[in-house]
Design a protein around this ligand. Sequence first.
Ligand code: HEC
Length: 493
Amino acid sequence: MTSAPRPGSGWWQRRLDIASLRRSMLDREMPSGLTWWHTLGSATLTVFLLQAVTGAVLAMYYAPSPDHAYESIRYLEGQVHLGRVLRGVHNWGASAMVVLALLHMVRVFSFGAYKYPREANWVVGVGLLGLVMAFGFTGYLLPWDQRAYWATQVGTSIAGTVPGVGGAVAVLLRGGTQLGAETLTRFYALHVLWLPAAIIGLIGLHLVMIVRQGIAAPPRVLEEAAPARTDADDYAAHYDKTVGRAKRGGPRFWPDIIAKDAVVSLLTVAVIVGLAMVEGAPLEAPADPTDTSYVPLPEWYFLPFYQLLKLVPGSMESTVAVGIPAFLALTLLGLPFFDRSSRRHLRGRPLALAGLVAVLGGSALLLGAALGEIAPPSESPSGVALSSVERAGRATFQRQCAGCHVVGDEGGEEGPELTDIGTRHGSAWLHSFIENPQRFHPESEMSSFGPPTLSHQEIEEVARYLTTLRGPRGQTLPMAIADTFPEPSTPVR
Ligand code: HEC
């Protein structure tokens, strides 16, 4: 009696020819001289996978409607085990994607790796960068808090300034003339269905081309004895010969290159998770479409552009709003087709170097200016650094309480100043007081903020924020907390 064949490598080999797959995918020869800069592409891919997984889990808790979106995120952060970290990872991962994709692009640009034969793959890469930004823009709205609402309001109005089609584009994005429920479902569908489908398609294409064409050999190797231009008749032959030489005795994709990629990818993920655990993701007060005093801020990677728009005179604004992105996109897309010199290293390309310095330097200056102007203080008026819970409490305080109470040098006069309240009361006392002041002072003119006005979670956040108020900045007051609570028999009104 013969035993049934067990699925082993022979079993798969006969059916799928694993060996040749392995040869073409893993045993690929790579040119020598690859640097750590060459790991940025795979790190971007790793973060994309991280975003896909965390996004899929977030979608299990998220409710894409203006009535429930904000609450569903509060629930996730407050009640779901590791919910805060999960959202933090997705938030920091989004920024990491942009940083890594840009750095990867700068590397490809600086090594002239977009030149023959990789022109098409550069174009795919530019498309991928556009999709990453579209993910950022659509994802920003989903928490439906103040910054989400107002930043999207500004973003969609900028789209609306495009001459001719602008109005139609804005209506298409918003799902109507106003930003509302339609906008949210539309952005959600874009963020979780359309954009992922598009990006998976382009990533697939990008990878297929990378496997077919291999990684570009170092610039110095490709430049040696090269014809002056990449569209010269003999360039292709020169290229094949040099690449063949560069690969001889070079590293293999598996395990040499993969190991280096894995180090950088793991480090990146560790940094993202670390930031998520320490910082979490921002969440402000729920969106209030009537609060036109709110100063909206886009995600940081749109800030240089936002700052630029602030600098140009009003009459030029729509020209710049449309002109600059269009110019950048066309330049990037056209780059491999008009730059056909065979020089690859940035050292031999003064114009390219000047362009890169101008774009990166200009963006950095604008970003710096923008951050300097609008950095929201992340410490209390007493100079205590605030956690995300305390920051949420500060937001609620500014909405509900600042009208009657002075903190620092802002606020209304009706109630007592609270700048040093944290030296006199602990958070438990503050929580009970805010919930029902009349239990403590029957004549109190302060109304009760217990549910339904504020939820217990919000009261707790406000109470925690108040404990950070320990007198004016730079002054150290003695702590004198001796909290007394009313008798339990006191009727609760
Ligand atoms: C309508 C005006 C008004 C609003 C709004 C208001 N308060 Fe008050 N608050 C008062 C007045 C008046 C007092 C003093 C009377 C008392 O102590 O009961 C007071 C007292 C307090 C005290 C006690 C101060 C002390 O030194 O014992 C705290 C703490 C406090 N408020 C916090 C808050 C918080 C937090 C909010 C927002 C959730 C808030 N207040 C909203 C008017 C207001």
